[in-house]
Structures are given as structure tokens and as C-alpha cells.
Design a protein around this ligand. Structure first.
Ligand code: FE
Ligand code: FE
Ligand code: ZN
Length: 284
């Protein structure tokens, strides 16, 4: 047993308890889920019994910390004030709900500045986080490293560091590193994972790294496309993932697959594969 904390993005469609059972069925020890319908709108009220059964399963199977994902539709740095206001309100509500399952992580895409410029984007994201974060909350909020598609903010470690530096309660912030996104952004994790982690440490600080998204990429280094591929079938390749799951600086971090699959079977296969890569590394 490698102790790898690994899982995938799961659906809440059949409820939270069913989602935790799905995790157990594929041998996941962490997972992600959308805090509400990605199309936006209102979050469904949490069902008391469903939530209790969910927490029970997590505890019994030692699953977690989980990495809840904010819908892609939130944009803290939109040019439209009503879009910014929606993102702030929705994030506050998500975090209030997550207080009922304390101690997990909540990651979000910093946003797209839609031609306002990266400086204005960063200013708005800081302002939004200062409004959303509650001192003493039990959830750590993670900024995701982005591929740099369109006007996405967070395409460089410097941009993420600038956001974090401008937030009052930065003790509540961390980073979720997405392997597809960083490669698409131009960080050569295929050729030099340790060099990229050194760079992360220098610019942001490795203590901020709290979770990973494991995705292969359909596109080459620096393509800024953000198209996920199955593990080993893309430009990152198995070697990169072997390096990730055996790197001592990444050990113990929750790792979440967001690969294109049609059902739980595909993720079960990838989880088994990554556990075996980690075990090989540990025995060699
Ligand atoms: Fe994401
Ligand atoms: Fe991701
Ligand atoms: Zn992506």
C-alpha cells in the first residue's frame, strides 16, 4: 500500500452519500466535486441525512481531505460587475456549506480578465477574496494554476503569488497545481519536474502547494490550450506521472484526476496505474 492520496472528480447527481460510495468503489482516498451545478444558479440544500451518511463513509474509509471545485462559471475578475458579484456571493455560500464538512479544500479558477489587463484582473481577484474569506473558516481556498487560455489569470506562478500577496487572510489560501495546465502554460514538468517545483518554491513557496490535478495534455508544452487527456496518452506521458507520484516534495498531497472518461471504470484503472507507479518508485 503506497498511501497515495488519489481520486477523481465525482458527480453529486445522486447525492453526497452516493458520491462517497462511488469513491470507495474505485479505491479513491480523495476526490473532487462541484459545489453546485456548473451552469451556475442556486445550490441544492444539503440534506441532513445524506450529509451524515457521506461524512460517515469518509471517516470509515479514511478518505480525505477532499478538494471541492468551484464551478468554472465563477469569474472574480469579470468586466461585468454583476458577474463579479455573483462569483463573490456564490463562493461565500459554497464556503458556508463546506463548514458543515470541515477540514477540506476548495479550489477555484482565479478568473479571466477579459481584456481589462492582468493588473486589473489581479486587483479584482484580491478584492473578491478579501470579501469572501472568513477568518477562522475551516476550509483552505486554493487558486488553480491555469493554462493561460484566452485572458485567464494565474498562467504564471508570479501571477498567483501577486494575488496571494494582496489578500489579508492569506493563511486561508493555497495553490492547486494542475499538471495539464502548467505544461500548457509552458512549465516543463515533462523534462524537469524538480526544476519546476524549485521555481514554484522560489516564487510562491512550496508550503502553499496543497493539492494536484492529474491530467495528461492533448497539446504540447506552452500551447495555452487546456485540453485534458487520459494519463499516459498525451504529451506529458507516463514518465511525468511516475515522477509526480514518486516525488518526495509532493507526497501526501491529494491528487485528483480530471481526465476524460465515460464512467468510473476509467478512473479506477488510472488510480490502480498510479498506485502501482508509486509503489515501484518506493521499492526501487
Ligand atoms: Fe479546475
Ligand atoms: Fe484542473
Ligand atoms: Zn483544465
Amino acid at each position: 500500500m503506497s498511501g497515495l492520496l488519489i481520486g477523481c472528480h465525482l458527480s453529486t447527481a445522486s447525492g453526497y452519500a452516493a458520491m462517497a460510495s462511488d469513491a470507495v468503489s474505485i479505491d479513491a482516498t480523495t476526490f473532487a466535486f462541484f459545489t453546485r451545478n456548473p451552469r451556475g444558479g442556486n445550490a441544492r440544500e444539503l440534506d441532513q441525512k445524506d450529509l451524515a451518511a457521506f461524512l460517515d463513509t469518509l471517516e470509515k474509509h479514511e478518505i480525505g481531505p477532499l478538494v471541492a471545485h468551484a464551478p468554472y462559471t465563477y469569474n472574480l475578475c469579470s468586466a461585468k460587475p454583476e458577474t463579479v458579484e455573483f462569483a463573490r456571493r456564490a463562493m461565500r455560500e459554497d464556503l458556508e456549506r463546506l463548514e458543515r464538512m470541515p477540514g477540506h479544500l476548495y479550489n477555484f479558477h482565479p478568473g479571466a480578465h477579459v481584456k481589462q489587463g492582468v493588473d486589473e484582473g489581479i486587483r479584482l481577484i484580491r478584492e473578491g477574496l478579501n470579501e469572501v474569506l472568513e477568518p477562522g473558516q475551516n476550509t483552505t481556498v486554493l487558486l488553480e494554476t491555469m493554462a493561460g487560455k484566452g485572458t485567464e489569470v494565474g498562467r504564471t506562478f508570479e501571477e498567483l503569488a501577486r494575488i496571494i500577496d494582496g489578500v489579508d487572510h492569506d493563511e486561508l489560501l493555497g495553490v492547486c497545481l494542475d499538471t495539464c495546465h502548467v505544461a500548457d502554460a509552458g512549465y516543463d514538468i515533462m523534462g524537469d519536474l524538480d526544476g519546476v517545483l524549485d521555481e514554484f518554491d522560489r516564487v510562491i513557496g512550496l508550503d502553499r502547494l496543497r493539492a494536484l490535478h492529474l491530467n495528461d495534455s492533448k497539446n504540447p508544452l506552452g500551447s495555452h490550450k487546456d485540453r485534458h487527456e487520459k494519463i499516459g496518452a498525451g504529451t506529458l506521458g507516463l514518465g511525468t506521472f511516475r515522477a509526480v507520484v514518486t516525488n518526495p516534495r509532493l507526497s501526501g498531497l491529494p491528487m485528483v484526476l480530471e481526465t476524460p472518461q465515460t464512467g468510473l471504470d476509467g478512473w479506477a484503472t488510472e488510480i490502480t496505474l498510479l498506485r502501482s507507479l508509486a509503489a515501484e518508485g518506493a521499492s526501487s
